[in-house]
Write a protein that binds this ligand. Structure first.
Ligand SMILES: NC(=O)c1ccc[n+]([C@@H]2O[C@H](COP(=O)([O-])OP(=O)(O)OC[C@H]3O[C@@H](n4cnc5c(N)ncnc54)[C@H](O)[C@@H]3O)[C@@H](O)[C@H]2O)c1
Length: 310
């Protein structure tokens, strides 16, 4: 099998590349390294196990690599909700416009299947919790969520018009080694700078579902092999949630710190576009035979240990 992984030098993408190489796929990574980096892929580059194209998907010069590919895993994106409020046009370009271009290349080369990494933020402030894939109307409250929802719509249209298969993954919060954003990473950076205090965005009561990155990639590959044809959407996450204050407790404990003073920035939302309560129904992916082995708290512990060891 020949797989294209856009965003393969990033956090989740590089773990996906590890698994594909392990399963003997020919892998081509396209990434401009704006947030990821080749350090995440070094061992595969050293052994020439993958082809790496350092390209911005909004430029040309990568489309030919799609020739004869069996599957596109499209992960490249600006993944930060906060950033999408600061620079919405960059998020629109790297999330939506880049997806348009990936779909065009996939269609041009007759690639049968695409996997797309979407997000729980497409649900906005959904009152139905756990939120199933069938929940609607979908009303994201961030530009990031809107670019992902717009991308989903276009992927559905390509499937309907040209008979492509697609697996759209709406991820909860994914955490683990190689991440360089998100709450665990953020708390560790802050506590390394100042082990006595921790600034917590919001009131600390935001409760969300967290999944460790190896489980996330395992779910993606499981579904890719078993999904029914056509356009399919799958929530991927843990079956429980954990609040931000508890995450701070886990991080401080894992770092061996005590007496850390928490300072809350206040408000129910940590930042513009923050969805304070997020738990996804994962019944659909469970029906395909995948289920998370650990819950959100344990996932946080595993992820924090991995980040501290790096
Ligand atoms: N981490 C999470 O909790 C989470 C949750 C939901 C969805 N997602 C989605 O999963 C995917 C991977 O996220 P991540 O957390 O690994 O982020 P990441 O920033 O580590 O990875 C994204 C990669 O895409 C690359 N990229 C961005 N724009 C590009 C462009 N125009 N051309 C080429 N490469 C480009 C970056 O350099 C980076 O390596 C993203 O689509 C993200 O939206 C992540």
């Amino acid at each position: 099998m020949h797989g294209i992984v856009t965003g393969g030098a990033g956090f989740i993408g590089s773990h996906l590349v590890d698994c594909l190489v392990h399963n003997n796929w020919d892998v081509t990574v396209i990434d401009d390294c704006r947030t990821g980096g080749t350090h995440n892929l070094q061992r595969h580059l050293d052994t020439r196990a993958i082809t790496f194209l350092k390209k911005d998907l909004n430029d040309d010069g990568w489309q030919e690599s799609f020739r004869n590919a069996d599957h596109v895993f499209h992960l490249a994106a600006d993944p930060d909700v906060k950033e999408s409020a600061r620079d919405p046009s960059a998020t629109i370009r790297n999330n939506f416009t880049a997806t348009v271009r990936v779909l065009e290349a996939a269609h041009h080369h007759g690639i049968p299947a695409i996997a797309f990494t979407s997000t729980s933020t497409v649900y906005g402030d959904a009152p139905v919790i756990p939120t199933p894939e069938t929940y609607g109307p979908l009303a994201p409250i961030s530009v990031y969520g809107a670019t992902k929802l717009a991308s989903e719509a276009l992927i559905a249209a390509y499937c309907g018009t040209w008979g492509m298969d697609a697996q759209v993954f709406r991820f909860a919060n994914i955490i683990g080694s190689r991440s360089n954003h998100g709450v665990c990473w953020d708390f560790i950076q802050k506590l390394r700078r100042d082990p006595g205090h921790l600034e917590i965005l919001g009131d600390g009561r935001q409760a969300k579902s967290y999944l460790e990155v190896h489980a996330c990639v395992d779910a993606m590959l499981h579904v890719s092999g078993k999904s029914p044809p056509g356009y399919q959407v799958f929530n991927i996450g843990s079956e429980d949630w954990v609040d931000v204050r508890s995450i701070a407790d886990i991080v401080t404990r894992e770092m061996g710190l005590s007496g850390v003073e928490y300072r809350f920035s206040g408000g129910a939302r940590g930042w513009v576009g923050d969805v304070p309560r997020m738990l996804l129904s994962i019944e659909k992916v469970k029906a395909l035979g995948w289920h998370p082995r650990i819950g959100s708290q344990e996932s946080i512990r595993v992820a924090v240990r991995a980040l501290l060891e790096a």
